[in-house]
Design a protein around this ligand. Structure first.
Ligand SMILES: [Zn+2]
Length: 370
């Protein structure tokens, strides 16, 4: 690679903000030690964050605009590079052939202008253990030896009770109780877990998803209990995120769960914009596939524990706002509070423990290393 950057900023589309910096060129090369080198040339001194969504390296440049024609060398770990403008940030998104070891921010070179070159950000990296999906800045990059991180989300809370059983049982209470038990058991099994809420607090859906991102979770489990106008309806069900619901019931459920924030899925402006950047089509597929895989482990474990299942497809899909993130995961409706006998079960310690054991098993059976 010769350092020829094509300055395309003259043709840059007008942007609604006055970006102080602009990307002039992006190029890759192979270092003598075999490492892939990624160089981003900018007009002024760059400020940036690194994140590692699955199979991608994203360099997010603050207060930056610009378009570029990436020059990709043969034999690197980078398949493709694109630029995604997100407000006043320009994200340089590199699709990778293999996952890479985290890049230590202290190893990133920021070169001052010389000769024909302006400022350059230089990243060298090799194939290695992937970092969990999500936005990380290098100082919070997860050490490879660290345990798998699971964020457990007890649905609803505070002013939002969720659904309420005939006997007065509140969804928010049942799911918090199960979430706490689940945390305890997963911690004991060697996972690192976080609860989105550990008491009766109201949390927005985007905040819950964001906790999963911030914790660099490997898996996100959102726990709920269901209600149905038909009192006879009972059983658990498992859902993953998709833009289109798998059936009308799944869509209705997503509408109900999403209504918590009184904002539709499309009302997720701030959050989803950021996530959309990280979520290229490729990555959306990756997250969806992993989520699907977890969901199938979950239904298997629930079935083998003889937990009653809602008749119909094993795994359903719908646009749940809380699942909208770079973290694979599922929304589990533990049962129906609208069914009198299941309401009783959901309140009972022994049934809650049974559910917890099944979910722990599903997590153990899930292949985090895919
Ligand atoms: Zn719910």
């Amino acid at each position: 690679m010769s350092g020829v950057g094509i300055a395309t900023f003259m043709m840059m589309p007008r942007v609604a903000f006055a970006a102080k910096n602009s990307v002039l060129s992006v190029r890759t090369g192979v270092q003598p030690n075999g490492k892939t080198r990624l160089v981003i040339e900018t007009a002024t001194r760059p400020s940036y964050d690194i994140s590692y969504p699955q199979n991608q390296l994203v360099i997010s440049l603050t207060n930056t605009g610009g378009t570029f024609n990436p020059k990709l060398a043969d034999g690197t770990l980078v398949k493709k590079i694109s630029g995604v403008q997100n407000g006043d940030r320009l994200n340089v998104v590199a699709d990778l052939r293999k996952s890479i070891a985290p890049i230590d921010k202290s190893s990133v070179m920021v070169l001052s202008p010389n000769g024909d070159n302006e400022y350059r950000l230089v990243f060298d990296f090799a194939a290695g253990a992937a970092v969990a999906g999500g936005t990380t800045s290098s100082d919070t990059v997860k050490p490879q030896s660290e345990k798998y991180v699971i964020v457990i989300d007890a649905g609803h809370g505070g002013k939002d009770p969720g659904c309420i059983g005939r006997g007065g049982t509140k969804e928010k209470v049942v799911v918090l109780s199960v979430a706490k038990k689940l945390k305890k058991e997963l911690d004991a099994a060697g996972f690192k877990t976080y609860l989105t809420r550990s008491d009766d607090t109201f949390l927005k859906l985007a905040d819950r998803a964001e906790i999963a991102e911030k914790r660099h979770a490997d898996l996100f489990l959102s726990l709920h209990a269901n209600a149905n106008p038909s009192r006879a309806t009972r059983g658990y069900s498992v859902y993953t995120l998709s833009e289109k619901a798998s059936d009308e019931e799944a869509q209705k459920l997503a509408d109900t769960e999403n209504a918590v924030d009184k904002i539709g899925v499309s009302g997720f402006e701030n959050f989803s914009k950021e996530i959309r950047v990280a979520l290229s089509a490729l990555q959306q597929r990756a997250v969806a596939e992993l989520s699907q895989e977890y969901a199938s482990k979950c239904t298997k474990a629930m079935d083998s524990a003889s937990v009653d299942k809602l008749p119909g497809p094993s795994i359903r899909h719908a646009p749940f706002a809380v699942l909208r993130s770079t973290v694979p995961g599922a929304l589990i409706e533990l049962g129906h509070l609208s069914n009198a006998s299941e309401e009783k079960l959901l309140k009972s310690e022994s049934h809650q423990n049974k559910l917890v054991r099944a979910i722990v098993k599903s997590v153990k059976n899930y292949d985090f290393d895919v």
